[in-house]
Design a protein around this ligand. Sequence first.
Ligand code: DC
Length: 232
Amino acid sequence: MNPPSLLTPDALPVITIDGPSASGKGTVAERVAAVLGFHFLDSGALYRLTALSAMKNGVALDDEARVAELASALPAVFRDGAVWLLNEDVSEAIRAEAVGEGASKVAALPAVRAALLDRQRAYRQAPGLVADGRDMGTVIFPDAVAKVFLTASAEARAERRYKQLIDKGNSASLSALVADMQARDARDTARLVAPLKPAPDALFLDTTSMGVESAVQAVLDHYASCEPRNKL
Ligand code: DC
């Protein structure tokens, strides 16, 4: 076994967790990273930040060149669980439904995806990384040691999002959330570049009737069972 400091970034272990919105993959990925002491990449946040940045700068979400320019120079900082854009704490703002919708739109633009590629790969640092997104196992880290595709029914995901919104004191409509969820899934799945789809070697985990702890354990078990390729 090599000490982490002797491993080149390409040899460091990566666990990818891909799946549709509100599948719970973010929570699961963050917990798995905490258990293993690994770094954590919330790639969706980068697309959300890009969309927010475009909205703030009056850039149309389908202006591929200008949105890509914003994405490549995103003044974003992740610190102590908060997300900053320049000097503004945007942790709450990037979670708004409108920003998620915008993120899904800018994420369909090839130049935007290309602009965020190196930034995502730079998260691969010792002792390892848990990466959460749509194309982590298929495009960004195809050599990941363990890949998971985490999903749940659109209804279950809409209910989870509904609960989160209500708990935060927002109003929400469950039927509207189910419709939004289905529309976003359709756009993320149908796009030409890096569509949402399981990597051929991913473990398929349906969490419709599974709690967070069981899902975390299933990912840890899967990691433990994977070939020791790139694993510490
Ligand atoms: O995971 P999320 O809901 O924060 O992601 C927001 C949007 O960003 C999602 O609708 C699709 C896009 N996305 C992507 O295309 N590729 C990723 N790796 C992560 C997110």
